[in-house]
Design a binder for this molecule. Structure first.
Ligand SMILES: [Zn+2]
Length: 375
């Protein structure tokens, strides 16, 4: 069980990471403080966040107690605070091992919903690692019913949630197909897409073509983690072989001008998670260096090439980040506040929502951005 997670994560090669301090916004933009305050007021959308990665130390303490372990928050925080990749893997394995039954997922969702509402997130597509649930012989139906029930109070307070069922690439096509079947089965209960994460170098995309065709034939949207630790070819394969409509991360696309043009022309969105890329060593790996900082991130190049870009947290508790923090990293990359606002809008533009709902959310976002003079 624990090895499952180990396999899922160990492909992310360790590299020392230097987290830069934020530098000021460009001369024609707002100060960091002013921007942060205004952005807090904007309605926000998040397209790439794993439920399993949202569990704050207090949540882990509560789950551990249910399962007979006595922990304190400082112990969890210490595990999360490691910068060494091996220690991070151990922390991830350890923390997810407490998600054992439907009630555990309920608590995780409840806490996640509160975190999102606090940040004024009004829409999120949350990834569930159903591939791991199945390998652990858990009851997917029961877990998901508990998740939906737990999310209802938050949805009634203005947080619209949809779900992405995620397979683990290195578990192979049969296991991925089983995840896709569950996604189809629960499509009318809030599952909107089928995705695949894990080690993008482990198995070629061609092995999963039929799984993605099955998902598409059953009206599911398709996403793929690609170009995170893999190269530009991994992104191209995700689009051309698997029919991905959005790419998780995709930083490696920045090394291939033709691919960038293709992503822009086809409006394939990139779900960018800057802090994650630093904390996993993915950005340093892409750069071929021992370390990296936000100023090295290719997000501005990808965005300015016309590719639809959104920003997300990936595993916010593990990476000690928040959606607001991720937007602050954009200012460190030298983007203007108008550009950052457009990236915020990208979270709604890329959403897998029916046109009327998407339009309503976009209108609300733009009206608020205009009122805050952020357009
Ligand atoms: Zn992810």
């Amino acid at each position: 069980m624990v090895d499952v997670v180990d396999e899922r994560r160990t492909s992310r090669v360790a590299a020392p990471v230097a987290v830069s301090s934020l530098r000021p916004l460009s001369s024609h933009s707002l100060s960091n403080d002013s921007w942060a305050a205004r952005f807090q007021e904007l309605p926000k959308a998040e397209l790439h966040v794993h439920l399993e990665g949202t569990m704050e130390p207090a949540t882990v303490v509560a789950l551990a107690k249910r399962h007979g372990d006595t922990l304190d928050e400082s112990t969890v925080a210490a595990r999360y605070a490691t910068r060494d990749f091996g220690a991070f893997i151990e922390a991830y394995k350890w923390v997810t091992s407490y998600l054992r039954e439907p009630a555990d997922y309920s608590l995780a969702v409840c806490r996640m919903g509160e975190q999102m509402l606090t940040q004024n997130v009004v829409y999120a597509e949350v990834t569930l690692s159903v591939g791991v649930m199945l390998l652990r012989k858990q009851d997917v139906q029961a877990n998901f019913s508990a998740i939906r029930e737990a999310s209802a109070p938050h949805e009634s307070r203005g947080l619209r949630l949809q779900w992405i069922f995620d397979a683990v690439r290195q578990f192979g096509a049969d296991a991925a197909h089983e995840v896709a079947q569950w996604a189809v089965k629960l499509r009318n209960a809030g599952v909107v897409a089928f995705g695949m994460g894990g080690d993008e170098l482990a198995r070629p995309s061609g092995e999963f073509r039929h799984v993605y065709e099955y998902a598409a034939a059953n009206s599911l949207h398709r996403v793929v983690h690609a170009g995170e630790i893999g190269g530009a070819d991994s992104v191209r394969d995700a689009v051309e072989i698997l029919g991905a409509e959005r790419i998780g991360h995709g930083i490696a696309a920045a090394s291939d001008a033709k691919l960038m043009a293709m992503l822009a022309e086809r409006s394939i969105g990139l779900e960018m998670c800057p802090t994650s890329n630093l904390r996993t060593g993915a950005l340093a790996r892409y750069l071929g260096r021992a370390g990296a900082s936000f100023t090295d991130h290719p997000l501005p190049n990808l965005f300015r090439a016309g590719i639809p870009v959104s920003v997300s947290t990936d595993d916010p508790a593990m990476f000690e980040t928040s959606l607001a923090s991720e937007f602050n990293t954009l200012s460190a990359m030298g983007l203007t506040y108008q550009e950052i606002t457009r990236i915020g809008e990208g979270g709604f533009v890329g959403a897998f929502l029916p046109a009327p709902e998407k339009s309503a959310l976009l209108q609300s976002f733009r009206a608020k951005a205009a009122a805050l003079t952020l357009l």
